[in-house]
Design a protein. Structure first.
Length: 226
């Protein structure tokens, strides 16, 4: 039986701990929130208990087609649509590694979550978004994947050697841009959103500063009301 909820949002989480922050913001703005998490993230989040969370926690392996199909079935049977998809799932490895230290297998594992999983999730859940009146996709990105910023000497992360992570975010930025073109004739809107573009905003402490939080809220409200 479908629940009567006006705004259904799904947030993915794989290791940065930021999914919970986004889920809580959405709850504050009257979304029914599903937090799809994998690995250690799911274990940590599940320790809180259902009564504390407020959002629905689902364990998902983002590298598994069958897992994503089950996620689709769960959302479809419970709510019949998806209004907002936030692709936040990401992992980081190889901090400070230069070319002679890069492990290609580690790079592949990172790309599986940071890029390929985003593509898979959109492919699988797209029919549910098409059932929404104002469907929106937000891909959480990073300025480390912005080539222009990384060339700026004054940019705080310009000297970071996070080859796998930075290149995966650059690829995600291009993918998002291409999807903007593809979805333009449809009602699906897709955006990139970088929550770490200002001083003192960091994934590491799972903090989002007020200016960035306001921008995020403005984005979700704009698309919900359009």
């Amino acid at each position: 039986m479908k629940m009567k909820e006006d705004n259904i949002a799904l947030v993915t989480e794989a290791g940065n701990g930021f999914g919970k922050t986004l889920a809580n913001i959405l709850l504050e703005h009257n979304y029914k929130v599903i937090l799809a998490a994998c690995g250690e993230s799911y274990k940590l989040l599940s320790e809180e208990g259902d009564n504390i969370r407020g959002y629905e926690l689902i364990e998902v392996d983002f590298t598994s087609e069958s897992n994503l199909t089950r996620l689709y079935t769960r959302v479809k049977s419970s709510w019949g649509k998806l209004d907002l998809l936030i692709n936040n799932a990401e992992v980081v490895n190889g901090f400070g590694q230069k070319i002679d230290q890069i492990n290609i297998e580690d790079v592949k594992k990172l790309y599986e979550i940071n890029l390929f999983a985003v593509i898979r999730v959109i492919q699988v859940l797209k029919p549910l978004m098409e059932a929404s009146e104002n469907p929106t996709i937000i891909n959480i990105t990073s300025a480390l994947g912005d080539i222009t910023k990384m060339k700026e000497e004054g940019f705080c992360y310009s000297n970071y050697y996070l080859t796998a992570y930075a290149t995966s975010k650059a690829a995600l930025n291009m993918f998002t841009q291409l999807q903007c073109k593809e979805f333009k004739p449809s009602k699906i809107k897709i955006h990139s959103f970088d929550p770490v573009v200002r001083e003192n905003c960091t994934y590491n402490s799972v903090v989002i500063c007020d200016g960035i939080k306001d921008e995020f809220i403005s984005l979700i409200e704009k698309n919900r009301n359009s």
